[in-house]
Design a protein around this ligand. Sequence first.
Ligand code: ES4
Ligand code: ZN
Length: 334
Amino acid sequence: MRQFLKELPKCEHHLHIEGSLSPELLFQLAATNRIKLPHDNSAFASISTLEARYEHFTSLDDFLHFYYIGMSVLITSSDFESLAYDYFTRAHKDGVHHAEIFFDPQAHTDRGIAYNTVVTGLVAAQQRAEKDYGLTSKLILCFLRHMTADDALGTYKAASSLGHFSDGTVVGIGLDSSEVGNPPEIFREVYAAASEAGIRRTAHAGEEGDPTYIERALDICNVERIDHGIRLAEDGALLKRVAKDKTLLTVCPLSNVRLRCVSKVADLPIRKFLDSGVRFSINSDDPAYFGGYILDNFYAVQEAFGLSMEEWKYIADGAIKGSWCDEERKTFLL
Ligand code: ES4
Ligand code: ZN
């Protein structure tokens, strides 16, 4: 079964590229770029103390604190290229054929790193990964929901004015960071602009937030996907609607355990989603922080649910169908 899961052609839809920064690369870049890590936080004493701390996140916000400090070592285009190429190399080993990766431009522009520096590095890695591994990928620009709607609009306009949506450099927009208290409708204006321009749309919803966050993302922001969405299981009517519309949920099992959204993988509504015909993919979220890449997430689900090969084929096919690549690539992957 493990060999079958390894070889199953995978698409990854929920991967924060900044969340693939390993403690090793974090310390290495901190030294190269002379970035001071917080000396008052003993977790940053060494690679091993940092790894140990990652095993004890208490919530999404507790994790985000480390996530934003971690990415402060990323300075040059070449840093972003190394980061993304390392991820693609790892994803390729896990049987990923197509990846749609999130990036958080505001987390970089806010500390003086230009939007274009970030994108130039990511695009260089994407091109190398396609050439070296045949791995295709897309970028999804995420807005930080703890920042204002105006800030999100400004970021959207910066990407737009560089032609990054129209030339396909960036396929869509997303919404991440601290969910509870920062509901999706705050960002309705930027989502309306993206809808109008034919840009793909997703949002993190129903990770820590209740099912109304999912409903509001669908109704008010007109999203086509839901990232996480595990709390959908709490609302039967909404579950039926999501199944009927074939809205893709991008589920991240090891993330949900590490951030204590559930106490174990077996508590996730995977069986319920399968039985109700909800389309979902299995993803790694922030693999360097949550103890596993995509295949580790597949293995964890298999261990908890003992799915059949037919069920895995259904999940993998749904992931291809729910991808934002062109139809030709989908047909090739199916
Ligand atoms: C995230 Cl797991 C998760 N949730 C929300 N925002 C995020 N950014 C990076 N990882
Ligand atoms: Zn996420």
